[in-house]
Design a binder for this molecule. Structure first.
Ligand SMILES: NC(=O)c1ccc[n+]([C@@H]2O[C@H](COP(=O)([O-])OP(=O)(O)OC[C@H]3O[C@@H](n4cnc5c(N)ncnc54)[C@H](O)[C@@H]3O)[C@@H](O)[C@H]2O)c1
Length: 466
């Protein structure tokens, strides 16, 4: 269904239509031509999920300068999200946003139509909540499309296993797939990793990660007459099936960047958290999380997440070594303000108002400012790989990063130690029928008799999160 045909009433904002899993045989049967911008030099983009990040990713793709790129189709389930995104991109990029109304699709099957507007070797941006990632990625593989997909790419063990298989299939087909863990493309962090590998801070003995902000991930009750499924999707940070909660959606970056610096994934997580101030919110998150991630050599990453108004914010990650320490991220993803210190004294930076940082005699190396945004670098790298037809596939590391986030979250939500193997083999799939959702059908998460959704109960529910 295209945008002109939608009547856009609140209930109908979430349109029916069924999306089926692509069968393995269908995928195996596709013989692809060379997987780069075929025929002309222009790489065409489809944007699926036209919210904040999807629109941002399209903006980044259209901003970099590596040959012609244009946006030709868009898909969403909410008319206003689509129109706001279209207006913004059109105003900024003019003719390079070539998306007439009949290539702006709405509904649960809209992603299929948006991908149908592309040729093999073009790029589809997957910017919906992560619950839909494996469904849409299956279709992209079937169509021979290169992909940029936002993190997290999975929310639980079963979807991770599925995504790892899809990643292998996309690799066999030579597709280029970027995953929005953009810090890994940051030149400052890449230089820091090289220096850490070369021994600049000695052996890493501990790491710290922080993502503490003023709340988020709450949800009131679904209003009468509104699709409950649509409501949950619209408040996806509140519901574990849709996003993995604030834990997976927000904290994955710090956990991933620290693990990248260490060069290995943690093997287990021991965690705690509490739900103190969420009032009448019906969401499934905790207010506070503390996770001790354990790496194979016994090194720990201590991660703190907090969603609480009035408390001090922190958005940073640090590595401590036997000969010095390093700031991996100081205040946010960009600029990284990435530094190496001679000792263990890394100053706390409370706000951007404190930038640029004053001279510090303990700094032995600092990446020069201003840093180019990693959100642009990740597009430079993906498009260069497509144009040069070089191997480029980030699905495995994206799925593993998502799994490691789920490992810490499950440890906090159950109050148990959770190992990498346990979360990978965990059978609790939060939304088994996410590929079959319909407007009037039930959402994957149902209200209980008391009118609330189930929340984690550490120590009471110990083998599943809710
Ligand atoms: N890499 C980063 O730094 C970063 C930053 C922000 C968000 N993200 C990620 O981007 C994703 C989206 O986050 P956001 O902040 O843009 O959320 P958002 O709510 O602004 O956008 C999501 C969009 O997807 C649409 N949508 C939902 N289900 C859909 C479906 N089945 N088919 C088509 N469209 C659908 C929604 O209507 C909405 O417009 C999340 O996975 C999030 O973690 C990444």
């Amino acid at each position: 269904m295209n945008e002109r045909k939608s009547d856009g009433t609140s209930r109908r904002e979430f349109l029916t239509n069924t999306t089926r899993t692509v069968s393995a045989s269908a995928l195996a049967g596709i013989a692809l031509p060379a997987v780069h911008a075929a025929e002309s030099n222009t790489i065409q983009l489809a944007l699926v999920g036209c919210g904040g990040r999807g629109t941002g990713a399209a903006t980044d793709a259209l901003t970099i300068s590596n040959g012609p790129i244009k946006l030709v189709s868009m898909a969403d389930v909410v008319p206003k999200k689509m129109s706001d995104s279209y207006d913004k991109l059109k105003t900024q990029f003019g003719d390079r946003v070539d998306v007439p109304a009949d290539r702006r699709f709405l509904g649960y099957d809209a992603y299929q139509h948006a991908m149908d507007a592309l040729k093999p070797g073009d790029v589809v941006i997957l910017g919906t909540p992560p619950a839909f990632r494996w469904v849409m990625f299956s279709r992209a593989i079937e169509k021979g499309l290169n992909v940029f997909m936002e993190k997290p790419v999975t929310v639980d063990g079963p979807t991770t296993r599925r995504m790892l298989k899809l990643g292998e299939l996309s690799q066999q087909k030579g597709l280029k797939v970027g995953v929005g863990l953009m810090v890994r493309h940051c030149r400052a962090r890449q230089e820091l990793k090289k220096r850490i590998q070369d021994g600049a801070i000695g052996e890493i003995v501990a790491m710290r990660g922080y993502r503490m902000g003023q709340g988020g991930g709450t949800s009131g009750p679904c209003p009468a007459g509104v699709s409950e499924l649509g409501w949950q999707i619209g408040h996806f940070h509140a519901f574990l099936w849709a996003s993995g909660g604030v834990f997976s959606d927000y904290y994955i970056h710090q956990i991933d960047e620290c693990s990248w610096m260490k060069g290995v994934w943690p093997v287990e997580a021991h965690a705690m958290g509490g739900r103190h101030y969420r009032g009448d919110s019906l969401d499934q998150n905790l207010d506070t999380y503390h996770v001790e991630y354990v790496y194979p050599d016994g090194t720990r990453l201590f991660f703190d997440g907090r969603n609480m108004k009035g408390c001090r914010d922190e958005f940073a990650s640090y590595a401590h070594g036997s000969k010095g320490s390093a700031a991996i991220s100081t205040l946010s993803h960009t600029p990284g303000i990435t530094r190496i210190y001679s000792g263990q004294k890394i100053p706390r930076v409370n706000s951007r108002k404190e930038l640029p940082l004053p001279e510090d005699p303990n700094v032995v190396w600092a990446y020069p400012q201003p840093e180019r945004s990693p959100y642009l670098w990740e597009w430079d790298d993906l498009i260069a790989a497509i144009r040069d037809d070089k191997p480029y596939n980030e699905v495995k590391r994206g799925a593993e990063a998502s799994l490691v986030a789920s490992m810490g979250r499950m440890a906090a939500h159950t109050g148990q130690i959770i190992t990498f193997d346990q979360i990978l083999n965990c059978e609790h799939e939060f939304a088994p029928d996410v590929d079959k959702l319909t407007l009037d059908g039930p959402p994957p998460l149902r209200l209980m008799a008391d009118g609330r959704y189930p929340v984690p109960q550490p120590g009471i529910k110990t083998d599943r999160e809710y």
